[in-house]
Design a binder for this molecule. Structure first.
Ligand SMILES: [Mg+2]
Length: 240
């Protein structure tokens, strides 16, 4: 869709995804995965370990949900599997330390975020709509220094149509009054557009395998992809 065809004139509330939209997230997971593969190098190659880890994570998704703590548990389970039970307590302890170190990382805002929130907050009600662990996301938001821009923080167990329908109910708005901004077509764009809302997709350079979609699943219209968050304020009629 061309920029001049995207005309979300009815928007009252703009929802922002958090991870890899407001701040860096996925690269930290990749770094921990690399360390994890090195730690288990004597048992299997990195490709095999990553494949097994993803399987374990998907199997655990319904039980644990998203976030670093869920990730840590899946790392430990994968380590036991890949090593056929030979993984040492010292190595498990190291995995736990890797996870704790990842949780403790100070999140860094992506360029332009504060400026765009500042402009948009003049005209729109802004919210955060994110998946992940409650404690994790609350901590990151607090450390980010941008929580003052948001009227509401929604930490969702998942980002499917049903979850968004409930969110719109809480916000007391119609889908056509809602715009979602995020890096995931699967979680931030498709369900919102399917409900009749609008979305702005800002791809991040790394996407978790779980968030990728086939081109055929993409909805027609009502959303636009842009290169950076800088473009969002202009699209919403507030200059660059
Ligand atoms: Mg995201």
């Amino acid at each position: 869709m061309r920029v001049n065809e995207f005309q979300p004139h009815t928007i009252k509330v703009i929802g922002f995804d958090a991870d890899d939209t407001l701040w860096v997230n996925e690269p930290y997971y990749r770094e921990t995965e690399e360390k994890f593969c090195s730690l288990l190098a004597e048992y299997a190659g990195a490709g095999e370990i990553n494949r097994r880890l993803y399987e374990v994570e998907m199997n655990n998704m319904e039980l644990y949900g998203y976030g670093t703590k869920a990730f840590m548990l899946s790392l430990i389970e994968t380590a036991i599997q890949v090593s056929d039970g030979r993984i040492t307590p010292a190595a498990i302890s190291e995995i736990i330390q890797m996870g704790k170190a990842q949780i403790a990382l100070k999140n860094s805002l992506l360029p332009g975020v504060t400026d765009v929130l500042d402009r948009l907050s003049e005209r729109y009600r802004l919210i955060v709509a994110t998946k992940g662990d409650l404690l994790d996301q609350e901590r990151k938001l607090k450390n980010s220094g941008i929580s003052g821009y948001f009227h509401h923080i929604e930490i969702m167990t998942d980002k499917r149509e049903d979850n968004y329908r409930k969110l719109l109910g809480h916000l007391d708005i119609n889908a056509g009054e809602f715009l979602m901004v995020g890096n995931s077509l699967r979680s931030d764009v498709i369900p919102v557009v399917n409900l009749g809302g609008y979305a702005i997709h800002i791809p991040f350079h790394i996407t978790w395998q779980h968030e990728t979609v086939d081109e055929g699943e993409l909805p027609e219209g009502r959303y636009i992809s842009v290169d950076s968050i800088h473009e969002v304020s202009a699209l919403m009629g507030l200059g660059q």
